[in-house]
Design a protein. Sequence first.
Length: 81
Amino acid sequence: MSTITVSEVRKSFAAVIETAQREAVIVERRGEPQAVILSPAEYGRLREAADEVEDVAAFDAAMAEEGPNIPWAQVKADLGW
Protein backbone atom coordinates (compact mmCIF):
# COMPACT_ATOMS: atom_id res chain seq x y z
CA MET A 1 0.00 0.00 0.00
CA SER A 2 1.34 3.43 -0.95
CA THR A 3 0.66 6.73 0.75
CA ILE A 4 0.69 10.07 -1.05
CA THR A 5 -0.39 13.61 -0.25
CA VAL A 6 -3.18 15.48 -2.01
CA SER A 7 -0.68 17.93 -3.51
CA GLU A 8 1.41 15.03 -4.88
CA VAL A 9 -1.73 13.52 -6.43
CA ARG A 10 -2.44 16.81 -8.21
CA LYS A 11 1.09 16.85 -9.66
CA SER A 12 1.22 13.25 -10.83
CA PHE A 13 -2.30 11.88 -11.16
CA ALA A 14 -1.44 9.58 -14.08
CA ALA A 15 1.36 7.97 -12.07
CA VAL A 16 -0.97 7.52 -9.09
CA ILE A 17 -3.50 5.75 -11.31
CA GLU A 18 -0.75 3.49 -12.63
CA THR A 19 0.38 2.65 -9.08
CA ALA A 20 -3.22 1.90 -8.09
CA GLN A 21 -3.30 -0.88 -10.68
CA ARG A 22 -0.75 -2.76 -8.54
CA GLU A 23 -1.60 -1.62 -5.01
CA ALA A 24 -3.96 0.61 -3.08
CA VAL A 25 -2.92 4.25 -2.78
CA ILE A 26 -3.89 6.15 0.36
CA VAL A 27 -4.31 9.89 -0.17
CA GLU A 28 -3.53 12.03 2.88
CA ARG A 29 -4.24 15.65 3.74
CA ARG A 30 -2.34 17.14 6.67
CA GLY A 31 -1.18 13.66 7.65
CA GLU A 32 -4.71 12.21 7.84
CA PRO A 33 -6.05 9.61 5.38
CA GLN A 34 -8.73 11.15 3.16
CA ALA A 35 -9.25 8.64 0.35
CA VAL A 36 -8.06 5.37 -1.13
CA ILE A 37 -7.51 4.86 -4.84
CA LEU A 38 -8.01 1.28 -6.06
CA SER A 39 -7.99 -0.49 -9.38
CA PRO A 40 -11.42 -1.46 -10.73
CA ALA A 41 -10.50 -5.13 -10.29
CA GLU A 42 -9.63 -4.68 -6.61
CA TYR A 43 -12.76 -2.60 -6.02
CA GLY A 44 -14.86 -5.35 -7.64
CA ARG A 45 -13.22 -8.02 -5.48
CA LEU A 46 -13.92 -6.00 -2.34
CA ARG A 47 -17.56 -5.38 -3.37
CA GLU A 48 -18.07 -9.10 -4.00
CA ALA A 49 -16.61 -9.93 -0.58
CA ALA A 50 -18.84 -7.33 1.11
CA ASP A 51 -21.90 -8.67 -0.72
CA GLU A 52 -21.03 -12.19 0.43
CA VAL A 53 -20.81 -11.04 4.05
CA GLU A 54 -24.19 -9.30 3.72
CA ASP A 55 -25.74 -12.45 2.23
CA VAL A 56 -24.42 -14.59 5.08
CA ALA A 57 -25.76 -12.11 7.65
CA ALA A 58 -29.18 -12.07 5.94
CA PHE A 59 -29.25 -15.88 5.89
CA ASP A 60 -28.32 -16.06 9.58
CA ALA A 61 -31.04 -13.52 10.43
CA ALA A 62 -33.63 -15.45 8.43
CA MET A 63 -32.67 -18.72 10.12
CA ALA A 64 -32.98 -17.06 13.54
CA GLU A 65 -36.54 -15.87 12.87
CA GLU A 66 -39.25 -17.46 14.93
CA GLY A 67 -42.20 -19.14 13.30
CA PRO A 68 -43.04 -22.19 11.25
CA ASN A 69 -40.94 -23.31 8.32
CA ILE A 70 -42.53 -23.12 4.87
CA PRO A 71 -42.14 -26.32 2.83
CA TRP A 72 -40.17 -25.92 -0.41
CA ALA A 73 -43.11 -27.21 -2.43
CA GLN A 74 -45.26 -24.41 -1.02
CA VAL A 75 -42.61 -21.78 -1.83
CA LYS A 76 -42.44 -23.00 -5.45
CA ALA A 77 -46.24 -22.97 -5.72
CA ASP A 78 -46.42 -19.44 -4.28
CA LEU A 79 -43.86 -18.27 -6.84
CA GLY A 80 -45.65 -20.02 -9.69
CA TRP A 81 -42.81 -22.41 -10.44
